[in-house]
Write a protein that binds this ligand. Structure first.
Ligand code: SF4
Length: 366
């Protein structure tokens, strides 16, 4: 029997009810007809994947956009295509992103039938004024109803996305959002800081001087508060912005940070297979060993468990210390990272300054 290699599958659903003011993800409003055509194309694309002969799916992530805008029939046809084409490993993690106000009890029952075992709910804030500022389509009450329905439908692995650094947000309103959600006892919380991306409504407002963001000091306070408060409720930080109850870390995202192979299908979705990166319809780029090592460090150091030295040696045939000795020593002295016998990982201080630390892991051209 041939043992298939593990593969993570990401499916992109680029539809949303309307565009949030901060969003630069590939997503936009659509018509039912366009949506149906997109799903048909996606099913076709799934069925023609040759990787199904060599790989079995260890995780599936249906992201967007707002995948919960797909009808039960549409999502069922996507899963039919997946299961006809790929072997899906037993106990594989299967996630779908849902937005409050877009998911009915019938749809949740359909997800259960399809074997979806993890939900990721985009909330961002429990404060309705902040939700309005962000241009979200829902209220906190809508979220509570969705959350309750998810639990009633039997989902036992639920993530809630939250955001800090929202215009008008104070430390105490961020604390309230965190506490209200932690008390609902989900298994996972993602807490991202708002980044003003080019091409978004917020970026235009910023150019006109109309966007008043919390100061850097306030944002740093929010960031620090997040970890301590969530720890109180039993969530540990396993990545810069991700917190989980033990055993509920998102396996799909861990795979990205550990540079496991993934296949992305759908509009602008990216893949990494055989050290080649490609997007749907784009030119493949074969990564050099130098680029692979750099990625191993940037991505690995995002995780609190850091980069495994033995895995590095097995992959590249040289020790991590022989490649990065100088920078490791310098940062260990500055207490930004721990260079242990088995692993290299960032300290709290290093995680706080992660952008600066990561930039030092770029290698010189040979
Ligand atoms: S719901 Fe998500 S993907 Fe859609 S516009 Fe808002 S932030 Fe972007």
């Amino acid at each position: 029997m041939i043992t298939k290699k593990p593969l993570e599958l990401y499916l992109h659903i680029p539809f949303c009810v309307r565009k949030c003011h901060y969003c630069d993800f590939p997503s936009s409003p659509t018509t039912p007809k366009e949506q149906r055509a997109y799903v048909e194309d996606l099913c076709h694309l799934i069925r023609e994947q040759k990787t199904s002969k060599t790989h079995a799916l260890s995780t599936i992530f249906v992201g967007g956009g707002t995948p919960s805008l797909l009808t039960a029939q549409e999502i069922s046809s996507i899963f039919a295509a997946i299961r006809e084409t790929f072997e899906v490993v037993r106990s594989g993690e299967i996630t779908i992103e849902v937005n409050p106000g877009t998911v009915s009890k019938e749809l949740l029952a359909c997800y259960q039938e399809l074997g979806i075992n993890r939900l990721s709910i985009g909330l961002q804030s429990t404060n309705d004024d902040e939700l309005k500022t962000l241009g979200r389509i829902h209220t906190y009450q809508d979220f509570l109803e969705t959350y309750e329905s998810c639990k009633e439908a039997g989902f036992k692995n639920v993530n809630v996305d939250l955001m800090f650094g929202i215009p008008g947000q104070t430390v105490s309103s961020w604390e309230r959002s965190l506490r209200q959600i932690a008390e609902l006892d989900p298994q996972h919380i993602s807490a991202y800081s708002l980044i003003v991306e080019e091409g978004t409504k917020f970026s235009l407002m910023e150019q006109k001087g109309e966007l008043i963001l919390p100061s850097e000091d306030v944002e740093r306070e929010m960031y620090k508060l997040t970890k301590n408060l969530l720890l109180e409720y039993g969530f540990h930080r396993y990545e810069i912005s991700n917190y989980a109850k033990a055993g509920y870390e998102c396996r799909h995202n861990l795979g990205y940070w550990q540079r496991k192979e993934y296949l992305g299908l759908g509009y602008q979705a990216a893949s990494l297979i055989d050290e080649t990166r490609f997007t749907t319809g784009g030119e493949p780029v074969v990564l050099s060993v130098k680029e692979q090592m750099e990625e191993t460090m940037f991505l690995g150091l995002r995780m609190s468990c850091g980069v495994d030295k033995e895995a590095f040696f097995k992959k590249y045939g040289c020790t991590l210390d022989s490649v990065y000795g100088k920078v490791l020593e310098e940062f260990a002295q500055k207490e930004l990272l721990i260079n242990g016998n088995e692993k290299v990982y960032l300290t709290e201080k290093g995680l706080d300054l992660s952008n600066y630390v990561m930039s030092e892991f770029l290698l010189e051209d040979e």
